[in-house]
Ligand binder design. Structure first.
Ligand code: ATP
Ligand code: MG
Length: 138
């Protein structure tokens, strides 16, 4: 059944000019891009988005990084979208990412790892609602 997930092309990948190449990988893998926008976000907005990680040692550098330049936010749809996007992204640390994955091809480090994807149905719903209004998803 068609499922929605949320994704971000992170500032490192946008800076390096990989936006189009990553969008092509996503479409090639069968995802529909339901909504898309490019934004520069504040550190406060990044902290709200990554609130689940607020106790982690990498929270401050992560939110500084995510607010360091434009990002591309997307709502994606396909059967099994959440798990399939995670597979297409590859491991968090690009050193451990499988051949052919987006992080293997485009990520530079465990922090600057090119792409975000929701990890479960409840986080996908929170993340879509955090960045997109209902009228943007028709
Ligand atoms: P994302 O949530 O961005 O899709 P993920 O689910 O693979 O990635 P998480 O564990 O949720 O990984 O971590 C969120 C983000 O925090 C990572 O994508 C990465 O940018 C950063 N991060 C995670 N672990 C570390 C670490 N040990 N050092 C630095 N940054 C990290
Ligand atoms: Mg995560």
């Amino acid at each position: 059944m068609a499922q929605r997930t949320f994704s971000i092309i992170k500032p490192d990948a946008v800076r390096k000019g990989f936006t189009g190449a990553i969008l092509a990988e996503i479409e090639k893998a069968g995802f529909q891009i339901l909504a898309i926008k490019r934004l520069s976000i504040s550190k406060e907005q990044a902290k709200g988005f990554y609130a689940v990680h607020s106790a982690r040692p990498f929270f401050d550098p992560l939110t500084t990084f995510m607010s360091s330049g434009p990002i591309v936010l997307m709502v994606l749809e396909k059967d099994n979208a959440i798990a399939d996007l995670r597979k297409l992204m590859g491991a968090t640390n690009p050193a451990n990412a499988d051949e052919g994955t987006i992080r293997k091809k485009f990520a530079g480090s465990i922090q600057e790892n090119a792409i975000h994807g929701s990890d479960a149905e409840d986080t996908a719903a929170f993340e879509i609602g955090y960045w997109f209004a209902g009228y943007e998803l028709v």
